[in-house]
Design a binder for this molecule. Sequence first.
Ligand SMILES: Cc1cc2nc3c(=O)[nH]c(=O)nc-3n(C[C@H](O)[C@H](O)[C@H](O)COP(=O)(O)OP(=O)(O)OC[C@H]3O[C@@H](n4cnc5c(N)ncnc54)[C@H](O)[C@@H]3O)c2cc1C
Length: 433
Amino acid sequence: MESVDVVVIGAGFAGLIAARELGDAGLSVVVLEARDRVGGRTWTDRRFGHDLELGGTWVHWVQPHTWAEMTRYGREIERSPSAEEAYWRDADGASRRGTIAEFMALIDDGQQRIIDDVREAIPRGVAPTAGSISQLDDLSVQDRIDALALDPEARAANEAVWVGHVNAPLDQVGLSSALRWVAATGGHWQLMHEASATYRVVGGMSAFTSAIAEDVRGEVRLEAAVRSVSDAADGATVELVDGSRIHARRIICTVPVNAISTIAFDPPLPDAWQRLGAERVASQGTKAWIRARGHVTRFFAYASQHDPLSVLKAEYYGSDADGDYTLLVAFGPDHTRLDLDDLSAVQAAVDAFRPGIEVTGATGHDWMADPLSQNTWMTHRPGQLTRYLDDLQRPHGAVHFATTDNANLWGGFVDGAIESALRESRRIAAALA
Ligand SMILES: Cc1cc2nc3c(=O)[nH]c(=O)nc-3n(C[C@H](O)[C@H](O)[C@H](O)COP(=O)(O)OP(=O)(O)OC[C@H]3O[C@@H](n4cnc5c(N)ncnc54)[C@H](O)[C@@H]3O)c2cc1C
């Protein structure tokens, strides 16, 4: 049987960074990735004549782990286009057009009041379960917004903005998911907005993860799905779906929490993993790329959390044999509400809040239906942060868990994946030294 110091399951950001660190520490390492590519929930694919990010996209210098890797691999950022006009729903639910300043004035009070107690709740973003958050963690984002008694127009706009961030109906998302990201940006919601949706990586995420993969001193094996992990003398044995087996002194599992039950663990996974995996985390939305006829004035638009799409933005412009076109990026709270192959349904979803656009194509990747992720960018249900996070970070025998889903600072983001990989690879390097 093949034998190595460490097997890393998964070649997303967490798996690649962990493997690089362990190889650099002088340990033998092999990465087993079920897909035919690295990058996991980040994936740059050529569609509509552009390199489109189907998964994770935006990065920021307030994300310290991401930014260190950006510097290390010489990656640059470019700004997503600044909007010139905004669309939102008025008090009667009708679409309304205005300036960016008008929209920001509409949401300013609500956005601030939603996160007003962030400094007491999560005083240090790097320690998200310290502070008074444990007393608030049963609240949903919806509970908090309801308590503010905003006027209907401001309420709908604030809800739509938050549903864009948290990727699920707001009554299913813990207030803690909103507060922890604002805690990560020093308590400033405007900076959180900028950090999570403004600067994309020049050359794409896939080129970024490929550069990290090339740096791994060890094999990154693709199309190598893991079926089981069993305790063995001095470590554990990993079995792949092709029946081959590898012994390792330590394992790092980077599989997302919603998908981890696809691997059989012996002894079984710790309680926290089993219970959270059964409950599922809150995130459940969709990200879509929509092709529109003509060059559309740069805009952003917000609908409501009850619509198939709640956020729409102009991202790219181009021309081809069919004439000028604009590529729009869209987000919705529930991946089952819209079939991207049904163009008339996509057209209706767009018309509902951004009239005057002719949809000529739509594409995306359903990360929720993808058995290897079953999740988008992770947000918790009420109570899950304080109930599970500490336990999720504990090794289980020879098995360690590194995933953005168990990170402290930017849990759910690329930054959290890198943080978790540095944490577990450091622990293993120290243990095996
Ligand atoms: C639509 C979308 C938009 C996002 N937008 C942003 C953004 O703008 N900014 C940001 O920072 N983050 C964003 N994110 C989140 C970000 O992409 C993730 O947090 C991050 O990529 C997760 O990295 P990871 O290594 O923890 O997990 P993953 O990338 O999910 O890696 C886990 C790997 O394990 C593999 N795997 C699963 N099961 C097995 C098995 N049995 N055997 C072998 N391999 C297996 C998977 O194929 C995968 O490659 C977004 C995510 C999505 C889906």
